[in-house]
Design a protein around this ligand. Structure first.
Ligand SMILES: [Cu+2]
Length: 183
């Protein structure tokens, strides 16, 4: 690791500290992230795992990143993505989080990014409220509450960018979904 790199790391830290101060002084900055309705996939029977979905729009001028999601609902809470491999929809954990460029919306929705709840401590009941804590690189931790819904009722949309939805036309794949092992 050379000196220039260390210097730039230190500058980043100083900048990050300055930004945190700004956020505390001016709550308007903290509201740059608009978080759409959180929805949980209600469980059926004794399903060991489930998922949660939401959209996040960055109305600020700085990029941010969804690093992680925390929850006391399950033994493990992970950020997952889905991809089709050999015609089968498979999910995997995301490394390094999801970028949210300034002005952009990210969608955590069925068929794509999702919050994975592995090893549920209790069932997720339709119309009950549950919460998760989103961990952002810049904005820090944000606790969000939302309803559990029947899978057929899950509908995720970004409130301010209807055009973003047209990119999801291929996500209605009926490919099977492999659930992770629960141990
Ligand atoms: Cu998953």
């Amino acid at each position: 690791m050379n000196g220039d790199f260390m210097l730039s790391l230190n500058l980043q830290r100083i900048f990050a500290a300055g930004f945190v101060c700004l956020v505390m002084l001016s709550p308007a900055l903290a509201s740059d992230l608009k978080i759409g309705a959180l929805q949980f996939r209600a469980t059926i029977g004794s399903m060991p795992s489930s998922a949660a979905y939401l959209s996040i729009t960055n109305h600020g001028t700085m990029p941010d990143r969804l690093l992680d999601v925390e929850s006391s609902l399950a033994r493990k809470t992970e950020l997952h993505t889905m991809a089709v491999t050999n015609g089968v929809m498979k999910m995997r954990q995301i490394d390094g989080g999801i970028d949210i460029p300034a002005g952009a919306t990210i969608q955590l929705a069925p068929g794509g990014f999702h919050v994975m709840l592995i090893g549920l401590k209790a069932p997720l009941t339709v119309d009950e409220n549950y919460d998760v804590t989103l961990v952002f690189e810049t904005a820090g931790k944000v606790k969000v509450t939302g309803l559990a819904k029947r899978p057929a009722d899950l509908k995720i949309s970004a409130p301010h960018s209807p055009e973003a939805q047209s990119h999801g036309t291929h996500s209605s794949s009926t490919g099977s979904m492999e659930m992770p092992k629960t141990n």
